[in-house]
Design a protein around this ligand. Structure first.
Ligand SMILES: NC(=O)c1ccc[n+]([C@@H]2O[C@H](COP(=O)([O-])OP(=O)(O)OC[C@H]3O[C@@H](n4cnc5c(N)ncnc54)[C@H](OP(=O)(O)O)[C@@H]3O)[C@@H](O)[C@H]2O)c1
Length: 259
């Protein structure tokens, strides 16, 4: 398997490092491009092939991953000569399969992928959308992103919503973690201890839901003793509009994306 990554910035480099770390593909079989190629010299030292020649990079690649900024996508794709049978995966926000298919040319199977920044530690939730493709190609693309965390195939019309819930979601959760840490400091912990406890608690909460396949309220019921401290804290948070604030924030992000 040979992979070309066009746009070796934050995301492109994380994908390359993650795929090599997972042993899904050897570093020597991953070509990464950017115009300022000296900026990814460190990847060459790790065994990846680097170049500023996009056409050289895509030649013979089974999968081509596009990770440039949205305004660069059209020009870059129109300059690249993809050949029949190659798979194109675009991570570019807001660029639709319809346009990608035209720019990529005939005979190319086209996918969109929306990962989040946890891809840097191989814990990304990646939403994938595609049109008419072979089942084996879809399986390959999902498998590729499963090496970098988890993936789910969604309808393309939900891709903006996926950006909000999955990619912006990282920032929302960070704010929750920060707020809990601040509260923890106020009731006696050092900043380091508070952060450690909160980070592992958030990790554990997500693991409970994923591994037990339960609803959050079921897990909440297990820790809310009648007249206890957990329900007192939860209800106080709700009086201050906790759930409402999260939902309003999420829909504000979505409205902004649609502008
Ligand atoms: N970061 C994330 O977690 C994330 C998550 C989901 C989706 N996305 C999407 O992924 C894309 C990349 O995001 P990013 O955060 O990685 O941006 P970034 O760090 O700015 O990376 C973009 C890269 O593209 C390179 N580039 C620009 N023109 C090029 C060309 N003609 N040929 C080859 N490379 C070229 C740039 O390098 P040079 O200037 O040196 O060419 C740069 O390294 C964006 O469309 C973003 O919306 C990102």
């Amino acid at each position: 398997m040979k992979i070309a990554i066009i746009g070796g910035g934050n995301l492109g480099s994380s994908i390359a490092s993650g795929l090599a770390a997972s042993r899904f593909v050897d570093a020597k079989n991953i070509r990464i491009t950017r115009r300022n190629v000296q900026m990814i010299q460190h990847l060459k030292e790790k065994g990846f092939q680097i170049t500023n020649d996009n056409n050289k990079a895509v030649k013979g690649a089974d999968v081509v991953i596009l990770a440039v900024k949205p305004f660069q996508a059209k020009e870059v794709l129109e300059q690249i000569h993809l050949t029949q049978g190659q798979i194109l995966v675009s991570t570019v926000t807001g660029v639709w399969l319809r346009d990608l298919t035209i720019w990529a040319g005939a005979g190319i199977e086209v996918f969109r992928a929306m990962p989040n920044t946890a891809i840097a530690v191989r814990k990304s939730m990646t939403c994938i959308a595609h049109g008419k493709v072979q089942a084996a190609s879809a399986e390959l693309v999902c498998n590729l992103f499963n090496q970098l965390g988890s993936s789910v195939v969604i309808d393309e019309k939900l891709m903006d919503a996926a950006t909000v819930v999955g990619a912006c979601g990282i920032a929302y959760v960070m704010r929750f973690i920060r707020a809990c840490t601040q509260g923890g400091i106020q009731i006696g912990f050092s900043a380091q201890q508070a952060a450690l406890i909160v980070e592992h608690t958030v990790n554990g909460a997500a693991a409970l839901l994923l591994e037990n396949s339960t609803h959050p309220e079921q897990e909440i019921d297990k820790v809310t003793t009648p007249r206890g401290c957990t329900i007192a804290g939860l209800n106080e948070m709700e009086h201050y509009g906790f759930s409402s604030a999260v939902i309003k924030g999420l829909t504000a992000s979505y409205d902004k994306i649609l502008e």
